[in-house]
Design a protein around this ligand. Structure first.
Ligand SMILES: [Zn+2]
Length: 257
């Protein structure tokens, strides 16, 4: 594989329990051409960690967010205020990951919707794009999204079908694809991945999760976004160079970095 510039738009390597030495993972990423990274927060506390981590590293930015699993975080006025303050940090270029997860239902639908709406309001106030996590909840998600129609963003870890893809594209959203594509057996997921317009596609690892083939079983890290790109370039019949250039440009445009 030639060396091209990639942007890992979704990773969690800032977490204190990330199972690899982060500094070495960053070196490997740079050596593989993965020169830009978005560290994605999943709670108020975790977003703070992401900021601390990004402040020590160039070319790493933060999406501050509260995942549906942590939705209760924003029910307290104090932690909502604390979260709103984080958004003002220079490293914060997006809000999320946030959304709805009806697969796990770790938190009630009401708490999830409340947390999501609070984050939409902040995105509008600070004119930031959002990183969405939506699992088995698209119908409710679109209803909420359509109350904030101007918000830009990406549906991260997209594994849905052409139907949800066209709903997302109609709203101008980007589609984030990751290692799942390299090992899924679900034809509808690959059909949708093939149809994402290149100008709407961004790449991600979701490290340390979702390690792509052929490294299944290992801990995922940002360098592996190249494997995702390589797989997609073959699936979609595009040159890897073209895919790398355009997806990096898409991410830079979305996050304004
Ligand atoms: Zn994630």
């Amino acid at each position: 594989m030639g060396m091209f510039n990639f942007f890992d738009t979704h990773c969690h390597i800032h977490e204190p329990d990330f199972p690899l030495p982060a500094k070495e993972a960053l070196e490997r990423a740079n050596n593989a051409g993965v020169s830009k990274l978005m560290c994605v927060g999943t709670s108020v506390e975790d977003s703070k960690n992401a900021i601390k981590f990004a402040e020590k590293n160039n070319n790493i930015w933060v999406s501050a967010g509260v995942h549906p699993h942590a939705a209760k975080d924003l029910r307290s006025e104090t932690s909502l205020a604390e979260f709103a303050l984080l958004i003002k940090n220079k490293k914060v270029k997006a809000i999320g990951e946030c959304g709805l997860d009806y697969f796990y239902n770790h938190t009630s639908k009401e708490d999830q919707e409340y947390a999501l709406r609070k984050q939409f309001e902040l995105a509008v106030e600070y004119d930031l794009p959002m990183i969405f996590h939506v699992r088995e909840a698209f119908d409710d998600f679109w209803k909420i999204y359509d109350d904030y129609p101007k918000v830009a963003g990406v549906i991260h870890s997209f594994t849905a079908t052409k139907k949800e893809l066209s709903e997302a594209l109609a709203r101008g959203l980007f589609i984030g694809l990751n290692g799942i594509m390299t090992f899924t057996k679900i034809k509808e997921q690959l059909d949708a991945a093939r149809e994402v317009p290149l100008t709407k596609l961004v790449l991600e690892t979701d490290a340390p999760f979702l390690t792509p083939n052929p490294l299944r079983g290992k801990i995922n890290e940002p360098k592996n976004v190249v494997l995702v790109g390589d797989f997609l370039s073959q699936l979609r019949g595009e040159h890897l160079e073209q895919l790398a250039i355009q997806t990096t440009k898409n991410a830079e445009g979305l996050f304004k970095v």
